[in-house]
Design a protein around this ligand. Sequence first.
Ligand SMILES: [Zn+2]
Length: 76
Amino acid sequence: MLKRVINKNGKIVDIEEFDKESWDELKRTHKIGNFKTICCNVNTIPKTSIKFVKFFAHQNNQCLEVLDENKNDKNA
Ligand SMILES: [Zn+2]
């Protein structure tokens, strides 16, 4: 779950900039590629949890940074 992502213009977007209406609008109009994660620069998707908490998710639900760490662990 991510609170801050990078938009197409390279600007950091904070999740707190959205209220419920603008977040729902963003989810409706969002296209893959609009936002990238700061941690590993992959596509990220705006979502709302079952508890109505806004968050950005990695497109494949996995952080590449974590994957790389796991790979290193196996090699070690
Ligand atoms: Zn990541």
